[in-house]
Design a protein around this ligand. Structure first.
Ligand code: AP5
Ligand code: MG
Length: 213
């Protein structure tokens, strides 16, 4: 089963993908994380990827599909996989047809207030990629991951300009993608506004939508 998670920057895609993945043992491909990892390599492609990410703009569709297809060849993704952040353009959705067969597409809907609140304090573990929030989901020890002890960092694409670009690109592209999957009858919306203390209001409907409950 291939499930796609879509949503605005800071909607919580990565947070909920990690939760579902750990609880139900479903591997996740986080497109942003995959690209951030690739961007650390010593190559021209790595430098190119980094320049796109840091500006908050999308990697070209053909390149993206090639990177994703390569990743999905790994044995661990042979049964089930959650795609966090793919597709992001209508052409990515159309191009993937017949190659990557999505069964369910989840759209996390979020108010602008939530996005602004969550955007201000995200921290990510550099080792296990667990996501925290300095106010909403703080680690027990400041700057250190509860689970693996790794250092927490703030992503390079969290500059005002890059955040603005990411939001604008999301707004511009999401409409046609939604229509495309609604026509196919596989789009489900989950409101991801509830605060972390009420996380079950997000996770339970999400599990139902994916067919895990
Ligand atoms: P990506 O890394 O996917 O960034 P994004 O889409 O902007 O989304 P984020 O990761 O910022 O947010 P999220 O929804 O995962 O939220 P999170 O769980 O962290 O992509 C980065 C870049 O890669 C793109 O700009 C582009 O350049 C490139 N790229 C990626 N995919 C691509 C593609 N398909 N094609 C081309 N280019 C591509 O949560 C946010 C915060 O909120 C956290 O601090 C978290 O702790 C907190 N939080 C979460 N849920 C709650 C809650 N319920 N209550 C309180 N706090 C919460
Ligand atoms: Mg993410």
């Amino acid at each position: 089963m291939i499930v796609a998670f879509l949503g605005a920057p800071y909607a919580g895609k990565g947070t909920y993908a990690k939760m579902i993945s750990e609880k139900h043992d479903i591997p996740t491909v986080s497109m942003g994380q995959l690209l951030r990892d690739l961007s650390k390599e010593n190559s021209e492609l790595a430098m190119e990827i980094k320049s796109y990410i840091d500006k908050g703009i999308l990697i070209p569709d053909e390149k993206m599909l090639e990177i994703l297809e390569n990743e999905l060849k790994k044995e661990k993704y042979s049964k089930n996989v959650i795609l966090d952040g793919y597709p992001r353009t209508l052409s990515q959705a159309v191009m993937e047809e017949g190659k990557i067969d999505l069964e369910v597409v989840i759209l996390f809907t979020t108010s602008m207030e939530t996005i602004i609140d969550r955007g201000a304090g995200r921290r990510t573990c550099k080792d296990c990629e667990r996501i925290y929030h300095v106010k909403n989901i703080p680690p027990k020890k400041e700057g250190i991951c509860d689970v693996c002890g790794g250092k927490l960092y703030q992503r390079d694409d969290e500059t005002p300009k890059a955040i603005k670009n990411r939001l604008e690109i999301f707004e511009k592209n999401i409409g046609p993608i939604v229509k495309y999957y609604e026509r196919k009858g596989i789009l489900k919306r989950i409101n991801s506004d509830p605060p972390y203390e009420e996380i079950n209001k997000i996770i339970k409907p999400l599990e139902m939508a994916i067919g895990l409950r």
